[in-house]
Design a protein around this ligand. Structure first.
Ligand SMILES: Nc1ncnc2c1ncn2[C@@H]1O[C@H](COP(=O)(O)OP(=O)(O)OP(=O)(O)O)[C@@H](O)[C@H]1O
Ligand SMILES: [Mg+2]
Length: 241
């Protein structure tokens, strides 16, 4: 597999979890690569390892073997992601409620990553990113429970975008939302991707979402990649669930 110029290369990725003292393989030699600016879908039945692959790329799952390369830079298994890569790779989770601190106002939720990375003009950046995701800047004063599901997911997307990542990992970003809100968020993501030149890896169980968003994708099963497909050759619906 060639890695020249790729946004992401995953090669022979293997991840095991300990279950009652016995290692159980969740990802068994997964390989795929994604080009800059692509939206790459990751589909397959529940438990096949999709979130685990994304978590490893995001540095949340540190125990893995194989190779992960982001824009030519290798991640190191067992180590925290440091430097520029920490900003370049961001992840949006399925459940916007669970991923936002319930007792922090939106302004603080968005301000913290900026402060951690030593970025200035925090208030201006927060107002800017809120309007990018279609929220009024006054939302900064609200708590997550004072927002709708769609508004919360917009805040989660805003938080991921604040650091201007190159690679955005989206783990079922709209599956908790009403169909009409889903479409809004997906279109928002597409607009932001075009505006900022990001690369997306998108996990979804929804064939229509993959068809709407992705030019290519991979179908996982049992911890491996079974096929890489083009939008014109999407796998059958049953293989998404
Ligand atoms: N922290 C963990 N400890 C032990 N086992 C885990 C852990 N996380 C995931 N697993 C196991 O690894 C396998 C893959 O899980 P993963 O969450 O990646 O699946 P998935 O494809 O994202 O599924 P879904 O579509 O339901 O979200 C499953 O068998 C799961 O039980
Ligand atoms: Mg998952």
């Amino acid at each position: 597999m060639t890695s020249s110029g790729a946004a992401l290369v995953v090669e022979d990725l293997r991840i095991s979890f300990n279950r009652e003292g016995t290692p159980v393989a969740a990802v068994r030699g997964a390989s795929f690569s994604v080009q800059p600016g692509e939206s790459f879908g990751l589909v397959g039945p529940s438990g096949c390892g999709k979130s685990t692959v994304l978590r490893a790329i995001a540095g949340l799952q540190r125990d893995w073997a194989g190779r992960i390369t982001v824009y030519g830079e290798n991640l190191t298994s067992g180590a925290r992601i440091t430097g520029r890569l920490r900003r370049d790779i961001q992840m949006v989770f399925q459940d916007p409620y669970g991923s936002l601190h319930p007792r922090h106002r939106v302004g603080r939720i968005l301000g913290e990553p900026l402060r951690v990375h030593g970025i200035e003009n925090v208030d201006r950046r927060i107002a800017e990113v809120l309007s990018q995701v279609g929220l009024d800047p006054t939302m900064a004063r609200r708590y997550p429970h004072e927002l709708s599901g769609g508004q919360r997911q917009r805040v989660a997307i805003a938080r991921a975008l604040l650091l201007r990542p190159k690679v955005l990992l989206l783990d079922e970003p709209t599956s908790a939302l009403d169909v009409s809100v889903q479409a809004e968020i997906l279109n928002l993501l597409n607009d932001l991707k075009d505006a900022h030149g990001m690369t997306f890896i998108l996990v979804s169980h929804d064939r229509d979402v993959i068809a709407h968003m992705c030019s290519r994708g991979a179908r996982m099963e049992g911890g491996t990649i079974r096929e890489v497909f083009d939008r014109s050759r999407l796998p059958a619906g049953a293989q998404f669930t």
